[in-house]
Design a protein around this ligand. Structure first.
Ligand code: NAD
Length: 271
């Protein structure tokens, strides 16, 4: 019961494929009480039964671009719990039409919207939550390697993840003196509602599994285990960190020999 008695706000549950749901369940199993809002009305029918299955509270609409809904969520948490120990930020959005083709073609409107939903929301959530973290706390965001290196089709979302990673470091620096830690998990690719919007995602998943040192893709079990560690006191000296849970993908610089041979043969056959 690593999280016994802890109160954790989990954002970003859309359905039972969501990484946030795997993390909510794992945190609940480890003894945490969970707050689980949803982003928009059409998600309620999927999120409410999941929330009920773990006794989660604050199952209310909270679009991070809607200040009144954010006020209402944090007002309700303050009134009923009066305290928070953890927050999971698992929120990202961009226009699907711009998650394919060239980053150079990103529109100003989608750039701003992507950054607002996917990055500023971490700043806003952290500021609001930190006021309730009177005995310290742990804030965990989900990020991706596409913020460190260019990844085909990830485009403006990659730029948003760079800003998210950087925000983690600045927020960690601001809040460390209050015992509040801020970290990100850089998760490997996994099929979810959000990732299905990235052009060519299925092919990317197949290739990724062949390229990682562990020769497989990350699972919900893997990512929720890392979140458990970051929410728990086991990670008490860890802050400002982007922790890769990607089967080692980000540590490599060249495709494995098996793939190299196949690729070169394919190129030769096509000559
Ligand atoms: P998901 O679709 O289950 O979760 C994304 C969530 O963002 C949804 O619950 C959605 O409701 C929420 N959201 C979007 N706009 C919102 C808004 N305006 N207000 C509040 N919430 C909003 O998919 P997921 O893959 O589990 O995504 C969770 C996080 O993990 C995202 O930050 C994503 O970028 C990141 N991530 C995903 C992958 C992957 O391959 N799936 C890899 C690394 C990181």
């Amino acid at each position: 019961m690593l999280l016994s008695g802890k109160k954790i706000l989990i954002t970003g549950v859309a359905n039972d494929w969501s990484m946030a749901w795997a993390i909510a369940k794992r945190a609940h199993d480890a003894g945490a009480e969970i707050a689980m809002p949803y982003a928009m009305p059409n998600l309620e029918k999927r999120v409410r039964p999941l929330a009920e299955s773990i006794g989660a509270k604050f199952v209310q609409e909270c679009n991070v671009q809607n200040d009144a809904q954010m006020d209402a969520l944090f007002g309700a948490i303050e009134q009923e719990w009066g305290h928070l120990d953890g927050v999971l930020h698992a929120i990202a959005f961009s226009d699907k039409n711009e998650l394919t083709g060239r980053y150079a073609d990103t529109t100003r409107e989608n750039f701003k919207n992507t950054m607002d939903i996917s990055v500023y929301s971490l700043v806003d959530l952290t500021r609001r939550a930190s006021k309730l973290m009177d005995t310290g706390g742990s804030i965990v965001a989900l990020t991706y390697f596409g913020g460190e290196k260019s990844v085909p089709n990830y485009n403006v979302m990659g730029v948003a993840k760079s800003a998210l990673d950087s925000s983690v470091r600045y927020l960690a620096s601001d809040l460390g003196r209050d015992g509040i830690r801020v970290n990100a998990i850089s998760a490997g690719p996994i099929m979810t509602l959000a990732s299905s919007g990235v052009g060519g995602f299925k092919a990317m998943l197949r290739l990724n599994a062949e390229q990682t040192p562990l020769r497989r893709n990350m699972t919900l079990e893997d990512v929720s285990g890392a979140a458990l560690y970051l929410f728990s006191d086991l990670s008490s000296a860890v802050t400002g960190e982007v922790h890769h849970v990607d089967c080692g993908y980000s540590s490599t610089g060249m495709i494995p020999n098996e793939l190299k041979d196949i690729l070169l043969k394919g190129l030769d056959d096509n000559k």
